[in-house]
Design a protein around this ligand. Structure first.
Ligand code: NI
Length: 160
């Protein structure tokens, strides 16, 4: 596995719509492993394939402090949202910045895991925010388009 280069805001690939994954090739499996390595190495809580330059519907998330609960989502689809949370959000593709974004407080997502087994992932609070943020990346949407007020300089914590 390897650390991949993270594309940053201004790179046009981040604005592109991604394609669904049809089956997991050895190459896709390596990509998923690299995405996890890259997310952990960068201290993020999530990473979407376009952020490493790949226009496929693949997301990895881990919102735990320990970094021991990776979630791999292939072709994720939000099937339910409810409630509301307003809070600070950041992105590995927008280094050093953060901004206030309002999102649903609960999200339910249908996806496939890295073995193409169908899974349902539900989350509240930070996990719900990460799910919505990462799935937005697959449609070429960055959180900066949803920020209320201005982007501010951020600490190295709370990146995704
Ligand atoms: Ni992001």
């Amino acid at each position: 596995m390897a650390i991949r280069k993270i594309r940053t805001i201004g790179d046009e690939i981040l604005g592109h719509v991604t394609k669904p994954v049809k089956f997991i090739t050895p190459r896709t499996a390596i990509l998923i492993g690299d995405m996890l390595d890259t997310m952990y190495e960068s201290g993020g809580v999530g990473l979407a394939a376009p952020q490493v330059g790949i226009l496929k519907q693949i997301v990895v998330i881990d919102v735990t402090e320990e970094g021991n609960n990776p979630i791999v989502l292939i072709n994720p689809e939000i099937i339910e949202l409810s409630g509301e949370q307003t809070g600070q959000e950041a992105c590995l593709s927008v280094p050093g910045k953060a901004g206030i974004v309002t999102r649903a407080n609960y999200a339910k997502v249908k996806a496939y895991d890295q073995h193409m087994k169908e899974i349902i992932v539900e989350g509240e609070d930070l996990l719900a925010r990460a799910l919505q943020h990462e799935i937005d990346h697959l449609s070429g949407i960055l959180y900066v388009s949803k920020v209320e007020g201005d982007l501010v300089d951020a600490s190295v914590e709370d990146r995704r």
